[in-house]
Design a binder for this molecule. Structure first.
Ligand code: RIB
Length: 316
């Protein structure tokens, strides 16, 4: 996996993959609860933490931890939560040159995690919705110099569209993690090389009810009919399915003890983008993604759970 250059000793040295991530930052308020609340119920948390989050920033950190040069494009507010974000990017080596500071509160993510590791998340976009076409276009040269664009749906349609247009123009692979899922125009989807929903998001995108009983192969075919190049359906503990219209590849996920599933999708997407940028085969890309997703669910919270290469079990 990866582009290489010979050094003076004749040894092969891999150049870091370059991944541009256009997306959200959310300050996270995470509570561990005995069970997820039902409407009208108050549940007493056993633990509570303030942590960095947001799918875009999480995915940029995931890519950086796996050895990529990660470039994050986003917006934060003029508040103390933004300081936590800059500390994180600094510590993790994520390039934040193209993050704008705007007159809105930094985005918020409120997360409940129950004992079996399942979660409920509410996000309040705040500054993330100030990421518009103009701000993304200002980062065009940075995005254009990368191998892969990775973006999600916690920012405005304008931002996602602008990023995808730049990447398509400059010949980057475009990975869209459609989370949280919403209806997307065909004009956008036709420029998406890799669409990476989980099953719930896939059902929504396919116009089905989120809990429809439908098999992954049918779902991936329905999503390909929307005009995307390759569908990469993540199946949680069951691994992932890649469908490019001519071949379907399915891999299983390593068997692990689940502590917290929050951010498993972010770990998968960051790793998938890195593997893609390194020239991995389709099977290797999803195996790498699944290994990162599996490693991430063994630890509480997102950032502490994002793996380095040495943490990954890619044997499937
Ligand atoms: O994918 C997990 C993330 O989703 C959390 O960090 C939360 O902030 C939301 O954006």
């Amino acid at each position: 996996m990866g582009s290489t250059d010979g050094d003076d000793n004749g040894d092969e040295e891999r150049e870091p993959a370059k991944v541009a991530v256009v997306g959200s930052y959310n300050a996270g308020y995470v509570a561990e609860v005995p069970h997820l609340p039902v409407p009208g119920e108050t549940v007493t948390a056993t633990n509570y933490e303030e942590v960095p989050g947001g799918k875009g920033s999480n995915q940029a950190v995931a890519a950086a931890r796996l050895g990529a040069d990660a470039y994050f494009v986003g917006c934060v507010g003029r508040d103390r939560r933004a300081e936590t974000a800059y500390d994180l990017w600094d510590r993790e080596g994520v390039d934040a040159t193209n993050v704008a500071v705007v007159d809105e509160q930094t985005g918020l993510g409120i997360v409940f995690v129950e004992e079996d590791g399942e979660n409920e998340i509410v996000v309040s976009p705040g500054a993330n919705h100030k990421l518009d076409r103009e701000r993304v276009r200002a980062a065009a040269d940075t995005i254009g110099a990368c191998d892969v664009l990775l973006t999600q749906l916690e920012t405005s349609d304008d931002a996602v569209e602008a990023a995808v247009e730049i990447a398509a123009d400059r010949g980057l692979d475009v990975v869209l993690n459609p989370a949280p899922a919403r209806e997307l125009p065909e004009s956008l989807l036709q420029h998406v090389d890799f669409l990476t929903p989980n099953e719930t998001e896939a059902r929504t995108l396919a116009g089905r009810s989120p809990d429809d009983d439908v098999d992954p192969e049918t779902l991936s075919a329905e999503l390909r009919d929307l005009g995307v190049g390759t569908v990469v359906l993540t199946l949680g503990g069951d691994g992932a399915l890649l469908d490019d219209g001519t071949e379907r590849v399915r891999v299983s996920a390593p068997d692990v003890e689940v502590v917290d599933t929050t951010g498993a999708g972010d770990a998968f997407n960051g790793a998938f983008a890195v593997a893609l940028a390194e020239g991995a085969t389709p099977e290797e890309t999803i195996r790498f993604g699944c290994a990162a997703g599996a490693a991430s669910v063994t630890t509480f919270d997102v950032i502490p759970s994002l793996p380095s290469r040495g943490d990954l079990d890619v044997t499937g």
